[in-house]
Design a protein around this ligand. Sequence first.
Ligand code: SER
Length: 315
Amino acid sequence: MKRIMVTGAVGQIGSELTLALRERYGGDRVVACGRKTRPSDALESSGPFEWADCTDPKRLSEVVTEYEIDTIYHLAAILSAVAEAKPQLAWDVNINGLYNVLEVAREHGCAVFTPSSIGAFGPTTPLDDTPQDTIQRPNTMYGVTKVAGELLCDYYFKRFGVDTRGVRFPGIISNVTLPGGGTTDYAVAIYYAAIEQGRYTCYLKQGTYLDMMYMPDAIKAAIDIMEADPDKLAHRNAFNVTAMSFAPEHIAAEIRKHIPDFEMDHEIDPVRQAIAETWPNKMDDSAARAEWGWEPSYDLTSMTEDMLKVLRSRR
Ligand code: SER
């Protein structure tokens, strides 16, 4: 039975994945780690919580030793838009933080899950049906750190036998914790705005297609890849995974099926628009499907129904 440490446990993915891991492996066996933000009541009451910054290797080692950790879900990271505003910070957290985690894993014999991203692709990558193995020359600091992270994880497996695994997540849509400064955040914000104001001003242009996924599928991917039979994994790290691909006007049209008066206009953010244009329109995730049985449950229609139902029930 696994004993897990989750970095970034208070973030968008961590706050839900930690609870799912506790449900599966037992509350006491999953240590949530945060750096600054106080954990929610649900996170605090369902298992141990520790303050640990991934840029502090000594602290990571203390937590791993104290709880006899054998698996690390390393979710702490700076997202794409913040990384463009603070590239030095992004390098420190996304690269040095990952290096510290991999070193601790090497010393203590832990497996490591690391999310890469659609941000690991760039302007010279084929944007449609983006292959698993293709050109990766991103021109953002986020992308640079994600490609380097993928390579570092491959290296730690090959050189030291660390059981590194991971996926390239698309934009993740969720309703518990807001994402913090990504390019795909509009696809979360639009649902909150639809419920609260009946309208939304989108910072991306019409026609900007991006891969997306609803949180329950992201959680499933993160758990399934770590439970996959290693003999079947030809890639191990950085599997393309996607559930849907759409542009802002498609999500707006889907919301209008439930809120007919919903209106969307656009005020383009040049930074995030430029980032989005270098990311795939739609990834090919057949390697994940073939090697560990990846299959998403939600599409745009079923996700929209669920998001609006959940957000309405909280009003
Ligand atoms: N959701 C992330 C971002 O927009 C992509 O990995 O930065």
